[in-house]
Design a protein around this ligand. Structure first.
Ligand code: F0G
Length: 468
């Protein structure tokens, strides 16, 4: 008999046309591999991974229509047809007037930060994202977290943990003055909080506040469509509105967006900056030629832009989002039912394990989430990633570890790639690791790169694993 969690009343709105074979390894091999990788799952070769939940970025499966779009690639250096096709799709679905394609999300973040941030400025945001904050800092700004307090509590069931705390924002405005705040960086489905949405009510309030103080709202729309789906599910008054309509309503309340198309938009590479202000757009196009490429390709091939335009049309389909978010929820509910501490509510792009609660015996300075991600890999060949102390990095002014409240391991689910059976295998592996959690010890960092250290840092165990 299957319990309520095993039952699901929907199925994927696609069938599989092409498959990629998986390779398995032995535990002895994985023990060796994790050591060679310095206990950092980013440094493991993909051939040594069985189920890859490192990220949902660029890892999704494209549809036959997207692949067909690749054949329509117009690889002219200037004025590619695919640029105009993407521009039309962005105008239709997000509603922004002007488009600057970029090689991926951080390319757009670089341009936006350079355009708007002056030395000594402050950039408030609903929790940091690694690359976004780094570009803000490199442009001379200081990031200030203004997310609601509930976002820092993994057990809070607040339905909109991505909301901005307007009182926190107001405190900053009073302290430094609105003229030193070029924009608020508003992330949809806040990644570092566990994939948590903001509500439309909060965005409306924010919009009114920012209008009054002449502060722009720049959306990180990387997972805006997933956020729109949550609004439809959870916010009063939105049940009967389409995800498409909610997305437009959301973007209409903002001044522009940076987007990593490698997530919502179902492509393996790509991103863009979208703006409404013509003068700003001209300047963004001009910066694009320094960092990305000519303004009609921005570091992408024409075919990539066509795949992105088609991916956008598929991403706003509710059947797609229901299956995508439903699959993540299926995995999360299984772990929750087994008593594994996870971030609640379950987010859109992955299940986030509360590593601090999972490994209470490991000191925060010995990187419990990093150690747990390594242990999950050794147990089952499942690749997850750290989202805690290592990802947060050091404060640029004091040089000290930032030590965020959330110390998480992210099981990120690529879109349209794995089956429910894969999710079962992952859940079973995590349950086995949990049963043996006392045997997992902390790590020490042996190599720390200057920027975004989580990608390339190396670690070793504080002590050899205790015998069973
Ligand atoms: N904004 C958000 C919210 C992101 O999640 C990412 C990337 C970016 C911006 C940067 O985009 O990678 O295309 O340059 N997130 C990936 C992840 C890396 O694994 O969460 P990018």
């Amino acid at each position: 008999m299957s319990g309520p969690l095993e039952k699901r009343s929907w199925a994927e709105p696609f069938k599989i046309k092409s498959v990629e074979l998986l390779r398995t390894t032995t535990r002895a091999e994985r023990d060796e591999i994790i050591g060679q990788a310095g206990y950092n799952t980013f440094l493991i070769r993909s051939r040594d991974v069985y189920i890859d939940l490192l990220t949902d970025s660029g890892t999704s499966a494209m549809s036959d229509r997207q692949w067909a779009g690749m054949m329509l690639g117009d690889e002219a250096y200037a004025g590619s047809e695919n640029y105009y096709s993407l521009e039309a799709a962005v105008r239709e679905h997000y509603g922004y007037r002007y488009l600057v394609p970029t090689h991926q999300g951080r390319g757009a973040e670089n341009i936006l930060s350079q355009l708007l941030i002056k030395q000594g400025d402050f950039v408030p945001g609903n929790m940091y994202f690694t690359t976004t904050r780094l570009h803000q800092e490199r442009a001379g700004g200081t990031f200030v977290d203004v997310i609601v307090e509930e976002a820092h509590d993994p057990t809070s069931e607040h339905p909109f943990k991505g909301d901005v705390d307007i009182a926190k924002l107001d405190r900053l405005v009073r302290e430094v003055g609105a003229d030193r705040i070029p924009y608020i960086s508003l992330e949809a489905n806040v990644n570092m909080a566990g994939g948590q949405p903001f509500s439309m009510a909060n965005l409306k309030e924010l919009h009114a506040y920012c209008k009054l103080h002449r502060i722009a709202i720049m959306l990180d729309g990387t997972r805006a469509i997933e956020n729109a789906y949550f609004i439809k599910e959870r916010e009063r008054g939105y049940q009967d509105k389409s995800v498409k309509r909610i997305l437009r309503e959301m973007c209409d309340l903002t001044d522009g967006a940076t987007v990593s198309a490698k997530k919502d938009l179902l492509v393996n590479i790509g991103g863009f900056l979208a703006l409404n202000d013509e003068e700003l757009f001209r300047r963004a196009q001009n910066l694009s030629v320094i960092y990305e490429g000519l303004h009609t390709y921005g570091g992408l091939a024409g075919r990539d832009m066509e795949a992105m335009a088609q991916g956008l049309r598929e991403a706003v389909m509710e059947s797609h989002q229901a299956a995508r978010i439903g699959q993540v929820r299926y995995l999360g509910e299984k772990l929750d039912a087994a008593g594994i501490p996870i971030v609640k509510p379950i987010g859109s792009h992955g299940v986030f394990i509360d590593a601090a609660a999972f490994l209470p015996h490991v000191d925060r300075d010995q990187y419990p989430a990093q150690a747990l991600a390594a242990a999950i890999y050794v147990e089952a060949g499942v690749r997850a990633m750290e989202r805690g102390n290592v990802s947060a990095g050091r404060d640029p002014n004091t040089g000290k570890n930032r030590r965020p409240n959330l110390e998480l391991v992210r099981l990120t689910v690529p879109r349209r790639v794995y089956t429910q059976a894969h999710m079962d295998v992952v859940a079973e592996a995590i349950v086995r690791v949990y049963a043996e959690r006392d045997r997992i010890g902390g790590l020490r960092m042996t190599y720390e790169p200057e920027y975004l250290r989580f990608f390339q840092a190396r670690f070793e165990p504080m002590e050899k694993r205790r015998p069973a």
